[in-house]
Design a binder for this molecule. Structure first.
Ligand SMILES: *Cc1c(COP(=O)(O)O)cnc(C)c1O
Length: 720
């Protein structure tokens, strides 16, 4: 045995020291801070790096490593001579060190074996492009909250060299996709090396090759995230492509990704010397991890059946996708081709492996599903909202043919969001002033939020106005850039510079453009929509979201929206922003007064963007599906019915009529009703009610409490 592994801590420290040695000595602290994403959720973190060189910070995509690599000598010297900036850096480094040493932890870290969290995507920060949307945002928030609570957790994912696609829309509203290469040398991550100084690698038999993966370490506060990467000279072009693109269109490549993530991920932990007590599969992509856990048992001589059961006892599974097409399935031959060697190593013939991924193992026609495998091979399973728990029990009931739907062992843990990551600076300052020191640690306790009642209306309104005004600046700047890039007529480009008004009711609708999200309801009656935009009490709407490259129906909806752009009010009151990402999401949820979500029930598993909006004082106008079905109390926002209707056209007509009615008769009048001092008293009391009732329920702290009690500490699967 060589010296015990250090899990890559030294590799991170070496990279940080290397960067520190290339900047003026007084800025060394900044280089060290840059290599732990914890900076991104200290209130002063982003501003601190921005202060070095604001324009360069923006050009670098808010990547602190690039900032320090690319800023001019002049900017760096200026920063190095700025005593105020240096004091802030020193203070942030002290906080970071204290926290890493454990002194700031609410509970001292327990010496348990860690939970290994597996996910195909992580949205940690906009500078680390290994995410697509909601699942990644949830996973990123999960890691950050686990870090804040010093939970023993390690995370495993893939290092996509091109990430998810970027989006450009042309003048007709047609979406175009492009990919950008990520250069890991310019990211705050480090390749984990073995004792001999070479990259630590694992290999996984996929197709007829041994695919070799190296491992990047990313520090997310106290939680290490390990990303597997097949971009190795020992791999063929085909094998290297496996970790090229997230949610790549080709299903066979995706199956290879799942093998690398699940099997390779477990092997990587073993190579790192991490022995997880539990493996948490966040969505089905990593389902093969359970079989690798079993393979390790059989290699120790445990008989196959006992090995599979032992593995099952160490795995918990969260399903996120009530849309059947979102749960990947594969014909048996593709599974045998890709995983034949692995199955043989496990002592399982491929036919038996495929059977583990079927509802009805004996049905030779049935394909292999990763979700079926995950459900069969986990000791507990959960959906991500109360309603989704029920939907998932019905959807997967065939796996438990002897049980009624209510007895299907799938429970739920409703999603939550990491508040320090999503709060605007103005709201954060307000809460810091009124909720007491260390309030984020008490965010899941309703009593914490009772203090909101003492916040003067004037202060709350000032925060809302400030965050809306910041959004307006952002929207003008981005939309001008987008319109210029599309080659729009000059007049329409200039309309963007006057777009939006900081005093106008601002509505946001931004998320993945998928048909079930029903963006089209906003323009169901174009004339009525146009009337809402004009008039004395207007609204303005910011839209954003990418459609999956192969989802033509969704892409078409964006074109429909664009077909209205010629109308006079539209150019300045409706903005569709290109290339939605978490950086943009945070600006939108911070600035919008009303956040709209119109999924076709029951297809929204949870949704989380609305929770981010609530924390910033945004009010919800949503279908009673996903999280809103348990959050709405009749007064803390507005609701559209959540009934299921197979007549989609009729449902859309009803829902859009109700949407217009709520906007015209309730929302617009409430926003514009002002008292003598210019304050919208009713609106502000609604914001207070919304935050008081919803933030403690839908913060990530509550989510982790629930996972700890209902999933990690539970052996059986109670159902409900
Ligand atoms: C929060 C978030 C989501 C989730 O959006 P929903 O509306 O809840 O589906 C998607 N994408 C990004 C970039 C996010 O930050």
């Amino acid at each position: 045995m060589i010296a015990p592994m250090d899990h890559g801590e030294h590799d991170i420290a070496r990279r940080a020291a290397d960067l520190a040695s290339r900047v003026p000595e007084p800025l060394a602290a900044l280089a060290r801070i840059a290599y732990n994403y914890r900076w991104s959720w200290f209130p002063d973190g982003p501003d601190l790096f921005g202060s070095v060189d604001p324009h360069r910070w923006e050009l670098c995509g808010e990547n602190p490593v690039r900032l320090l690599q690319e800023a001019s000598g002049e900017s760096l010297s200026r920063a190095a001579a700025d005593p105020e900036l240096l004091a802030r850096a020193a203070s942030l480094e002290r906080s970071l060190r204290a926290e890493m040493a454990g002194s700031a932890a609410p509970d001292p870290p327990r010496q348990e074996r860690p939970i290994a969290f597996f996910c195909a995507e992580y949205a940690i920060h906009c500078s680390l492009p290994v995410y697509a949307g909601g699942l990644g945002a949830l996973a990123g928030d999960f890691l950050k909250e686990a870090s804040d609570r010093a939970m023993p957790l390690v995370a495993v994912g893939l290092m996509y060299r091109q990430g998810y696609f970027h989006q450009r829309v042309d003048t007709s509203g047609r979406q175009h996709e492009y990919w950008l290469d990520t250069d890991p040398e310019r990211l705050p991550i480090a390749l984990v090396t073995a004792a001999d100084g070479r990259p630590l690698t694992v290999s996984v038999p996929i197709w007829d090759a041994q695919v070799v993966a190296q491992i990047w370490r990313v520090d997310v506060g106290r939680v290490p995230l390990f990303l597997l990467d097949a971009e190795r000279p020992d791999n063929s072009r085909l094998a290297r492509w496996i970790t090229s693109q997230l949610y790549v269109g080709d299903p066979i490549t995706r199956l290879a990704q799942y093998a690398l993530l699940g099997i390779g991920g477990v092997r990587a932990l073993e190579a790192l010397g991490v022995e997880p007590g539990l493996v948490h599969l966040n969505e089905g992509h990593a389902a093969l991890a359970s079989l690798e856990l079993a393979r390790a048992e059989t290699a120790r001589g445990v008989p196959l059946h006992a090995a599979l059961e032992a593995a099952r006892q160490r795995v918990v599974f969260t399903t996120h996708t009530p849309v059947p097409a979102g749960n990947d399935t594969y014909p048996a031959e593709e599974v045998s081709d890709a995983l034949g060697t692995f199955a043989a190593d496990l002592g399982l013939d491929t036919d038996s492996l495929v059977r583990l991924g079927r509802f009805h193992p004996d049905d030779d026609e049935e394909p292999f599903g990763v979700t079926q495998l995950a459900l069969r091979m986990s000791r507990t399973a959960n959906g991500v909202s109360r309603r989704h728990g029920g939907v998932a029990r019905a959807m997967w009931q065939a796996l438990w043919p002897e049980r009624p739907i209510d007895g299907v062992p799938i429970t739920h843990v409703t999603n939550g969001v990491h508040l320090p990551s999503w709060l605007g600076a103005a709201m954060r300052r307000l809460l810091d002033r009124h909720l007491g020191e260390h309030w984020p640690q008490r965010a899941a306790e309703p009593a914490t939020w009772a203090a909101l009642d003492a916040v003067p209306d004037k202060e709350l309104w000032a925060v809302r106005n400030q965050q809306r005004a910041e959004l307006v600046d952002f929207v003008r700047d981005r939309s001008m850039a987008d319109r210029l890039a599309r080659g729009e007529a000059r007049e329409y480009v200039q309309a963007a510079s006057r777009a939006f008004d900081p005093g106008v009711l601002t509505i946001g609708f931004a998320r993945r453009v998928a048909t079930y999200k029903r963006l089209h309801l906003l323009v169901q009656d174009p004339d009525r929509s146009l009337r809402l935009l004009a008039g004395e009490r207007p609204i303005q709407i910011v839209l954003a979201g990418k459609a999956h490259p192969s989802d033509d129906e969704a892409k078409h909806v964006v074109q429909t929206i664009f077909s209205l752009k010629g109308a006079p009010q539209v150019g300045a009151r409706v903005i569709y922003l290109h290339d939605y990402d978490i950086g943009m999401a945070s600006r939108l949820v911070q600035g919008c007064d009303v956040w709209v979500n119109l999924p076709r029930p029951p297809l929204e598993a949870s949704g989380t963007s609305g929770m981010k909006s609530v924390a910033n004082g945004g009010l919800q106008l949503s279908v009673l599906d996903g999280w809103w079905a348990e959050g709405y109390d009749g007064a803390n926002g507005w609701a559209l019915p959540g009934d299921v209707d197979t007549d989609h056209a009729a449902q859309d007509a009803r829902d859009s009529a109700e949407l217009y009615r709520l906007l015209e008769q309730e929302i617009v009048p409430a926003f514009y009703a002002r008292d003598a001092g210019g304050l919208p008293r009713e609106w502000l009391s609604r914001i207070r009610g919304s935050m008081r009732s919803l933030v403690p329920m839908f913060c990530a702290g509550r989510m982790l409490d629930d996972y700890t009690e209902r999933v990690y500490r539970t052996n059986g699967s109670p159902g409900e």
